[in-house]
Structure formats: C-alpha cells, structure tokens
Design a protein around this ligand. Sequence first.
Ligand code: FES
Length: 180
Amino acid sequence: MLEAKKEVHEDESMTRRKILKAACCAGAVAAVSLTALKGKADAASETYPQVKVGNIKNLTAGKTLKFDYPLAGRKNVLVNMGCSVEGGEGPDKSIVAYSMFCTHLGCGVELDKESGMLVCECHQSVYDPKQSGKVVEGPAPSHLPMISLEIDKNGDIYAVGAAGLIYGLRNNLLDGEEVR
Ligand code: FES
C-alpha cells in the first residue's frame, strides 16, 4: 500500500522522456467524459483545499511529482506528458495528475514511462493519463480520480479538486470515512 509522505519525489530520464513524448503524441485523444469530470471537480471546489504541489519550471516532459491530496496519505502522481492531452494544464496543456489508488482494490498505480500509461502493480489494470485516467485494460471498474490543477502566473502548480471518489472512501475530504 502507499505510504503518506510529505516530500515531493522527482524522477526523470532523457531517454524515457523522448519515449513518453512519442507515445503521448502518437495516441489519439478520445472524446470521453472530460467535461463531466471537470464539472464534478468544479462542483466540489468550494470545499477542496488549494495546495501547492510544485512549479512548472521543475517539471520537464516525462517528469513526475508525487503529492498527498486532498488529505495526508491520499497519494497522487502529477506528470508532464510532453504534449497536449485531455484535461492538461500548463503552457502546453500537458500536465495532469491522478490518484495513485487503483479503483479495483486500491493497490498502488505508477506511471510506466515507456508506455506512458498508469499501471497497477497488483492485477495490471492500465489507465490512460492522456484520456482523463480512462481504464484501457484490466479489472478496474472505473477511471482514476483526476486531480484538478491550477497554475498561477509564477508557474506554481496547485491542486484544487478531485473528480471521482478515491478508492475505499465515502468522502474524499473526510478522514475516517473508509469503507474497506
Ligand atoms: S488492485 Fe489494481 S488491478 Fe487490482
């Protein structure tokens, strides 16, 4: 299971960045329900905290950041996909963030930099970060919750909401509301 950590972990590789960018830009961006996802996040934005998670100057293509949101222990991964993607933020509309808790049984999801997909370590569900976290393979019943981002004029990136219920919870914003 995932550990609660405050610090941001960074990871980059020039070769992998190129692979990721190629995978990203070659893939078609399907018209799934991003509008609906955004709508849910916006509806909750009055209660979700605004938390700074990084800055775009430190987030070159292929690089990831991990951060807890909206509460401690609710780990997420932010990634610069290297080209415009569905729901992407930043100058290239390439920055997205997702919960790292698989919607199947809550195992950890990590970015596979060669395929550009988010992959679960337990039963290999695969989610597409270019398509709002859509499930493309495996037993996961629903998309990964997408973390809504805002970027200010200084390039600071803030988490401001979440579209979708994080695995095992009744309410993303309340501690002690787990239903495991
Ligand atoms: S917990 Fe992720 S696929 Fe089963």
